[in-house]
Design a protein around this ligand. Structure first.
Ligand code: HQG
Length: 183
């Protein structure tokens, strides 16, 4: 299976396990799970057949471990825009600082409103600058913001860690953000 096919199957799974299951007639349970057989049948019925081997490969090799398989079921580990309760336990205290990669054109709004989840459930934060830089770079020249996660935790903000190591929180008020000096 070549890399292009893996990416294609992965994008198809993301679209239907995070955002638009109804587009192919899928219903996810309240935690985002669906039977793999049901998913595969829906994909066939909507003109995008893939094999179980291809699915396994996407789950196993995906750079970010976006999908989790448990028994006969699959779900996206994070990144949903639809309402799901991932049932993640409140995380242990976060590291002192977390990072968020964005781009300069959003900074005015972020300074006023803080970080908002936009179309997703939660704001996505990374434990390291490198990851945050990659996330920001999807949109242009990355600007990495530093989040005072200790202070947020102390003030009662709740964090979760997804199965693939992304730190999630509902919002980051601007007072917890540090902007790079150049911005
Ligand atoms: C920005 C990918 C204006 C925010 C990545 C970001 C990540 C604001 C964009 C994961 C704002 C939302 C998440 C405000 C935040 N005003 N703009 N108040 N607050 N923003 O894609 O963090 O490939 O929903 O900076 O690797 O970029 O999906 O979030 O630029 O892990 O697995 O609004 O998505 O993973 O964009 O990326 P996103 P994100 P996957």
């Amino acid at each position: 299976m070549d890399e292009r096919r893996t990416v294609k199957v992965s994008k198809y799974l993301s679209k239907h396990l995070r955002h638009q299951p109804e587009r192919i007639g899928l219903t996810l349970d309240e935690s985002g799970w669906v039977e793999i057989d049901v998913l595969m049948a829906a994909a066939v019925a909507h003109g995008f057949p893939f094999t179980r081997e291809e699915l396994n490969r996407v789950v196993a090799t995906n750079d970010k471990r976006r999908f989790a398989v448990e028994g006969s079921r699959i779900r996206a580990s994070q990144g949903h825009s639809i309402e799901v309760d991932l049932g993640l336990p409140p995380a242990p205290p976060p590291p002192p600082y977390l990072y968020h990669g964005t781009v300069a054109r959003f900074l005015d709004a972020i300074r006023t409103e803080g970080l908002r989840p936009m179309n997703r459930h939660d704001v996505h934060l990374s434990a390291d600058r490198e990851t945050a830089t990659r996330v920001g770079a999807r949109r242009g020249r990355a600007v990495v913001l530093t989040v005072d996660a200790s202070a947020m935790h102390r003030d009662g903000h709740v964090f979760h860690v997804s199965a693939n190591g992304v730190w999630l929180t509902r919002a980051v008020p601007a007072r917890y953000l540090r902007f790079p000096q150049s911005h």
